[in-house]
Design a protein around this ligand. Structure first.
Ligand SMILES: C[S@@+](CC[C@H](N)C(=O)[O-])C[C@H]1O[C@@H](n2cnc3c(N)ncnc32)[C@H](O)[C@@H]1O
Length: 294
């Protein structure tokens, strides 16, 4: 397989195409087992979004066979073509998940993203998890799959931030170079919970692409979650039931606030206040109004 050095997932997966299935049987068996275990309580006719659907197997194929309506998106046109021919009962579109807007947010019974989130920055990943939660209905399922390179964990060569994330990690997969964002299981758990998703199952096992040596083995994990809030975007969840009292002035370092005061362009704030006053707005939400307010 020809190596593409520019770390471009679209071109890499265009080249990988249907060979993904034969190259990664451990990963597809793992996903199939998780789907069988956790999606049984979806009633036939459920709406499923498959993000980074790959070849359509096993996920879209599994859901279609259970009588569900499946929409799959993938950044690679080749993958969309393969999936469309392997699972003609589902609908597949070429789309970058970060730009994708489903026509019916809040209406899906399940959103799944299996091993398709590595190539996002941490900021984009956070945004996507909130969006998945927004797109699924309350009580619906969000299933995400990711992995960590086993050798890097054993030898502690991956440097995680204090929240358990490592961004821009160079690596290769099936002969293609990528930049990865990796998270420890507990970091994923916190991120999912922030977006109003309760973790109901974690399934972890070692997976190795065919023909790779043991040092390329990954600890793959799927986290199945259920949406337990009505508005994901109001997170991070849980939202405090009682708002804290305003900070007492004795806790504010006056030298810091005086310095800050000097740097504020008061004229601009007055202009905004005038705009709001004269615009006839009734309710105004001020974010970070500071001790003095406006
Ligand atoms: C490792 S494969 C996994 C395929 C499938 N989900 C599975 O588990 O069998 C990752 C897939 O995610 C797709 N992908 C990567 N980045 C994407 C993005 N930003 N938007 C949509 N799809 C993306 C790739 O094209 C590829 O098909």
């Amino acid at each position: 397989m020809q190596s593409i050095p520019n770390r471009d997932p679209e071109r890499a997966y265009d080249a990988i195409g249907v060979t993904y299935e034969t190259s990664c049987p451990d990963y597809t068996t793992h996903l199939q087992d998780v789907l069988t275990k956790v999606t049984d309580d979806l009633v036939p006719g459920s709406k499923v979004l498959d993000i980074g659907c790959g070849t359509g197997k096993p996920a879209a194929f599994h859901f279609v066979n259970k009588g569900h309506d499946v929409i799959g998106i993938d950044i690679s046109q080749k993958m969309v073509d393969v999936a469309s021919s392997q699972v003609p009962e589902a609908k597949f579109f070429k789309a970058d998940m970060t730009a994708f807007q489903p026509p019916e947010a809040g209406n899906y019974d399940a959103v799944i993203a299996s091993h398709s989130l590595y190539y996002l920055s941490l900021g984009q990943l956070r945004m996507m998890i909130y969006r998945f939660s927004h797109w699924v209905k309350q009580g619906g399922i969000v299933l995400v799959g990711s992995s960590l390179k086993a050798e890097a964990i054993e030898q502690q060569t991956l440097k995680f931030d204090r929240r358990g994330w490592a961004e821009g990690v160079e690596g290769s997969f099936l002969g293609h170079k990528f930049d990865y964002t990796y998270g420890l299981v507990d970091a994923w758990r916190v991120l999912l919970q922030d977006a109003g998703l309760e973790v109901i199952d974690v399934d972890q096992r070692h997976c190795t692409p065919v023909g790779s040596d043991k040092k390329d083995s990954h600890i793959a994990f799927f986290m199945t979650t259920r949406k337990i809030v009505d508005n994901a975007l109001l997170g991070p969840h849980p939202v405090p039931r009682v708002l804290p009292d305003p900070l007492s002035l004795e806790y504010i370092d006056s030298s810091v606030s005086a310095d800050f005061e000097q740097r504020i362009a008061r004229k601009e704030i007055s202009a905004i206040v005038d705009l709001v006053k004269n615009g006839g707005y009734k309710k105004v939400l001020v974010i970070g109004s500071g001790a003095q307010g406006i």
